[in-house]
Design a binder for this molecule. Structure first.
Ligand code: IVH
Length: 660
């Protein structure tokens, strides 16, 4: 069958490109081409639901949320590494090794990934469990989250698969992915992450795997715990075996002979540090031979055969001249440190976000403090630490204002939340942020509406909400400072053009907290029009692909606010037309008869019925030979048995949701 072949081919290609990107850091195709392959696979699978398998790359969207993580006891303790900070300490380490194994001992040196340690378990070649390191003995079961990682194989390659493989490695985020993600979060009005490591750790410890699936996590494996029936002579052989099994292994490693070899490896890696696609904080030096490792053994919680040779921190010192608060589109107050300009990581930095109140308190950054500054992900300026020794006593503690610095309205912080928000109904800063957001290229795409102009429009009372843009004329615009006739004319035309837009752009332009471009697209495809979205219940919202309980709550809350609903209706009244996404000609449910049984966790049966009917399918109450699919929720009974007898294709809730 042609479709089956093509699906197989696409899966192989996608796996290949995931490997090129996430493992080898050598992509061969652009993001757009990659998306094309993925979209083709999604449509083919939609048209051929019987061919959807759990290991398809389309299934890495994350399953149902967990209540809490269960504990996992590691079969073999996960050790940590001792540190050395300079050549003298490295020499001491080497001398202890050389005493037993000789001065010419072979080492393998690897980048010390700055992420978080995990363990994966494969049984008969199948990924069955993954856990965090925890205290080394007991970690947390994060299997569902790890399954969403693009470069983590769910099945191993090879003819003879070991009964049990326990493999250890590091989950991390690439610098480029980190920067892109923070930009998108900012655009969606979500708080940004401090650095790739924190983000990786936070993402892996999400109870909702759907959230993890949206974070660009990568993994590299570097050690083996228990492994049945396979023995290695040395580390390189072990890494090669892992690679052959299809597991991601960092291609960068240095085979080094004796102390001099390690020194060379250290210099090479140090020189390449900033060019690497991920953050590292040193070089891990490991004795190569397995026999040598056994002879050296371990002390308390770290092995005597390996050490972490730490890099000097890439940090500079600078002065915090002022801490100011910026008010964003969602009213979020973000403290920002204004710094004495300083050169770090190739650019001059004069400000750094302090993210939120808790972050300022945790670091205890004060106006007048000297601080260490670095660039997180090698890009985003981050205040690492206050240099307390340089305090004079005249530093000023930061306090989150009780009133919005722009409009004076009360500032509130939701219980348990990290973000303080301006509660003002007509805050010019929120409004300006909202208008800038609505005008961005991926929203309503209004060219020529710069920050200064937006400020002026608000200052002069010409714009009180996005819809007011459509009432602007060239004459009114020309009354503003520095706007000539031509620019005014162009802007009016650009605004008029933006009236013809798509539903996904329209939804994105609304600036609903936590609704980025991807979620806006999913909402558009699901609701197909503005009105049903306005009235959707939380449960209905959660039935949308990739929308978890948290995002559903935000959307629901947004539309519960009359001001927001009015703003939407005003856009429609101003003549903005949001075209729904084109329906796919034949979806998996088109013309099919479907029976639903058991309890679905994400939606009621009525909602499921509605979803199927909207896609051109028919829902029937009883199973017969004519039934195309049975959707079986929890505790499915006789219908499930009957479907199996009749050979009717059964979809569990996850498969059903994926097809929707
Ligand atoms: S080997 C017994 N290799 O460093 C040796 N660890 O400080 C176990 N790490 O918990 C670790 N990159 O999270 C090893 N190439 C690498 C590593 C690495 C990063 C982390 C790992 C470990 C910590 C120890």
């Amino acid at each position: 069958m042609a479709a089956a072949d093509r699906i197989q081919k696409l899966r192989e290609e996608i796996a290949y490109h995931n490997h090129r990107y996430y493992t080898l850091d050598a992509p061969e195709i652009s993001d757009a081409t990659y998306d094309k392959l993925m979209n083709e696979l999604i449509s083919l699978e939609q048209a051929n639901p019987a061919l959807v398998t759990p290991d398809s790359p389309t299934q890495r969207v994350g399953g149902a949320p967990l209540e809490k993580f269960t504990k996992v006891t590691h079969r073999q303790a996960m050790l940590s590494l001792g540190n050395v900070f300079d050549d003298a300490e490295l020499t001491e380490f080497h001398e202890r090794v050389a005493e037993k194994l000789g001065a010419d001992v072979e080492y393998v040196c690897e980048p010390k990934m700055d992420g978080l340690a995990i363990e994966l378990i494969y049984e008969n070649g199948r990924f069955v469990q993954g856990s965090t390191r925890g205290d080394g003995t007991i970690g947390e079961d994060v299997t569902a989250n790890l399954r969403t990682l693009r470069n983590l194989p769910l099945e191993l390659k090879g003819k003879t698969l070991p009964k049990l493989l326990e493999v250890r490695g590091e989950v991390f985020i690439r610098k480029a992915d980190f920067v892109k993600m923070n930009q998108q979060r900012e655009a969606a009005g979500e708080p940004t992450f401090v650095n790739p490591r924190n983000c990786a750790a936070g993402s892996l410890r999400q109870l909702d795997p759907k959230l993890t699936a949206q974070r660009p996590l990568s993994v590299y494996l570097y050690e083996v715990g228990v492994l049945d029936g396979v023995e290695f002579e040395g580390h390189v052989e072990k890494l090669k075996w892992l690679e052959a099994a299809g597991l991601p292994v960092n291609p960068r490693r240095y085979e080094a002979k004796g102390l001099e070899g390690v020194r060379e490896a250290y210099q090479k890696l140090l020189a390449d540090r900033h060019a690497l696609p991920y953050e590292i904080d040193g070089l891990v030096v490991k004795v190569a031979s397995e026999d040598g490792r056994l002879r050296l053994g371990q002390v308390s919680k770290s092995p005597r055969w390996a050490v972490a040779y730490k890099f000097p921190p890439e940090e500079v010192e600078t002065l915090v001249e002022k801490i100011d608060v910026q008010v964003g589109r969602t009213g979020a107050l973000t403290p920002v440190a204004f710094l004495k300009p300083v050169f770090v990581g190739g650019v001059t930095v004069s400000r750094a976000t302090l993210h939120n109140e808790d972050e300022v308190a945790r670091k205890d950054v004060r106006e007048g403090d000297w601080v260490f500054l670095r660039r997180a992900g090698d890009v985003i300026p981050e205040v690492v630490k206050v240099i307390e020794a340089r305090r004079s006593g005249a530093e000023k503690k930061f306090e989150m204002p009780k009133q919005c610095p722009v409009c004076g309205a009360k500032v509130e912080r939701a219980e348990g939340g990290a973000i303080a928000r301006c509660t003002g109904d007509a805050c010019p800063a929120q409004l300006a942020g909202g208008i800038r957001h609505a005008a961005t290229r991926t929203a309503l795409d209004i060219d020529g509406l710069g920050d200064k102009l937006v400020e002026q429009l608000i200052l002069h009372g010409l714009v009180k909400r996005v819809a007011d843009l459509y009432a602007l004329t060239a004459e009114k615009l020309m009354e503003l400072e520095r706007l000539g006739e031509k620019s005014a004319q162009n802007l009016v035309e650009a605004i008029a053009r933006s009236k013809q837009t798509t539903l996904r752009r329209f939804i994105y332009a609304l600036g609903i907290p936590q609704v980025g471009e991807a979620t806006a697209k999913a909402l558009a495809e699901h609701f197909m029009a503005v009105e049903p979205l306005l009235g959707a219940s939380r449960e209905q919202l959660q039935a949308v692909k990739d929308v978890g309980p948290e995002v559903a709550r935000e959307i629901h809350e947004f539309f519960a606010d009359a001001k927001n609903r009015d703003a939407v209706l005003a856009l429609v009244a101003a003549g903005v037309v949001a075209a729904p996404p084109e329906k796919t000609a034949g979806g998996p449910f088109t013309g099919k008869t479907i029976v639903i049984t058991g309890t679905l966790s994400k939606m009621s049966r009525d909602e499921a019925k509605e979803q199927i009917e909207r896609r051109g399918g028919k829902v029937s109450g009883s199973i017969s030979k004519k039934t195309d699919f049975l959707v079986a929720g929890e505790d499915a009974g006789s219908k499930l048995t009957k479907a199996k007898e009749l050979g009717v294709k059964v979809l569990d809730e996850a498969q059903f949701s994926a097809l929707l």
